[in-house]
Design a protein around this ligand. Structure first.
Ligand code: SF4
Length: 407
């Protein structure tokens, strides 16, 4: 059978979609273009109103472009509005994600690694979120925070390392809430404990001429960055990539409060200062929403200022988009779309400048770079670079950035 998987939304969705593909390939099915597919799986997203609109449009397009295909719709938007999708066509089947895993995921990611499916492999360790940010519907769609058992994660990561994977990206909706009290009943594992365990269990799985697998934390909420986590980041010599995605969302304490984010601007700035002091090589990326209801020019300026202070290496800029069912969507002081567009463009300019500055600072040094396809590498600091020399893809190589980057 020919299948096509369409992934929308966050990194967790991407990891899940890769697992769907791995399971299907393992059973001898064949990945294909949409037009030839007999089975289409759409992993949907509902993070913003725009994302949900795109999800509906994508499903309609799949029905048209793959006229023979059975279309399975899963994920956050499908969980919230199953009827919207199932009423589109009798070929559409809405399947709850964990059920779809049961149906498809007979093999785990080990197979995926053996096939050289991707050089960087995501492993989902957590799902759901106990926060209630006022712009977000994901915590409703995904439900309360849950964690996958450390035993299971260790088994999966060891198998991936044995299969030659060199970077494992730990993913979750709210990774910092990781908690497992089944592994050691006297001392429950948090994210730092899990990482310790993973480093230890995989440290000897490598050839003599290369380092062991490294881990990347896909995203962590500011309040979850505790001392144990910082200690580990500072001492692991890059086995935990010294790159964190730390969502800021706004640099205005007033806006943060209205977003129900559990920190203010001063807390975030102090955390970043501490992180840079303890881990000087650290690269920080972030998410920022511009044009949240009621955001004034002055509050937007505070965001730009804090972004500069934090020297982010990458900023994902999101113009605020109303998400029905959230408190922020009810507000009457929505920001004019043109104002949002202007603010987004201004912040993207700042982001680009900061990214260039971050990379320039790194040019004097060396980093372990994961070689991907086509002469492209991913630095520990999460810069994608073109390399002058040819390396075998999938390897980790120590590269002098000034000498070996093709600018
Ligand atoms: S932390 Fe906030 S934005 Fe992130 S999933 Fe939880 S509620 Fe949503």
């Amino acid at each position: 059978m020919k299948f096509c998987i369409i992934n929308l939304g966050c990194k967790v969705n991407k990891v899940e979609s890769d697992s769907f593909a791995a399971a299907l390939l393992a059973q001898g099915h064949q990945a294909s273009e949409l037009a030839e597919a007999e089975l289409v799986i759409i992993n949907t997203c509902t993070v913003t109103g725009e994302a949900e609109k795109k999800t509906r449009k994508t499903t309609r397009q799949a029905l048209t472009r793959a006229p023979q295909a059975r279309v399975i719709v899963t994920g956050c938007a499908a969980a919230l509005h199953a009827e919207t999708f199932s009423s589109m066509d009798k070929r559409v089947e809405v399947v709850e994600k964990s059920r779809l895993f049961e149906l498809l995921q007979q093999q785990n990611n080990v197979w995926l690694a053996n096939k050289g499916f991707r050089t960087r492999v995501g492993v989902k360790v957590q799902d759901g979120c106990n926060n209630a940010c006022t712009y977000c519907i994901v915590h409703v769609a995904r439900g309360r925070a849950t964690s996958i058992s450390a035993n299971h994660i260790v088994r999966e990561c060891k198998a991936l390392a044995e299969a030659g994977v060199k970077e494992i990206v730990l993913t979750g909706i709210n990774l910092g809430s990781y908690y497992d009290d089944t592994f050691d009943t006297t001392s429950p594992l948090t994210l730092a404990g899990l990482l310790h365990l993973l480093l230890d269990e995989t440290k000897d799985i490598h050839n003599d001429d290369e380092p062991p697998v490294r881990f990347r934390v896909s995203s962590i909420e500011p309040k979850d960055v505790d001392e144990a986590f910082i200690d580990l980041l500072a001492s692991s010599q890059g086995r935990i990539c010294r790159h964190l995605h730390l969502p800021l969302q706004s640099g205005s304490s007033k806006v943060l409060k209205e977003m129900a984010r559990p920190y203010d601007a001063a807390y975030f700035a102090a955390l970043v200062e501490k992180l840079y002091a303890r881990v000087p090589q650290l690269s920080l990326s972030t998410d920022i929403i511009v044009g949240f209801p009621g955001e004034t020019d002055q509050e937007f300026e505070e965001t730009c200022e804090l972004a500069r202070v934090c020297r982010f290496s990458k900023i994902h800029v999101f113009p605020y988009s109303k998400r029905e069912g959230t408190p922020a969507a009810q507000r009457l002081d929505q920001i004019d779309p043109e104002v949002k567009a202007v603010r987004a463009a201004q912040l993207r300019d700042i982001a680009q400048q900061l990214r260039q500055e971050d990379f320039k600072r790194r040019l004097n040094g060396s980093e372990w770079v994961l070689i991907e396809e086509g002469g492209i590498g991913m630095t520990e600091s999460y810069h994608e670079v073109a390399l002058k020399r040819e390396y075998v893809s999938g390897k980790l190589v120590y590269v002098s950035l000034a000498d070996e980057i093709d600018e």
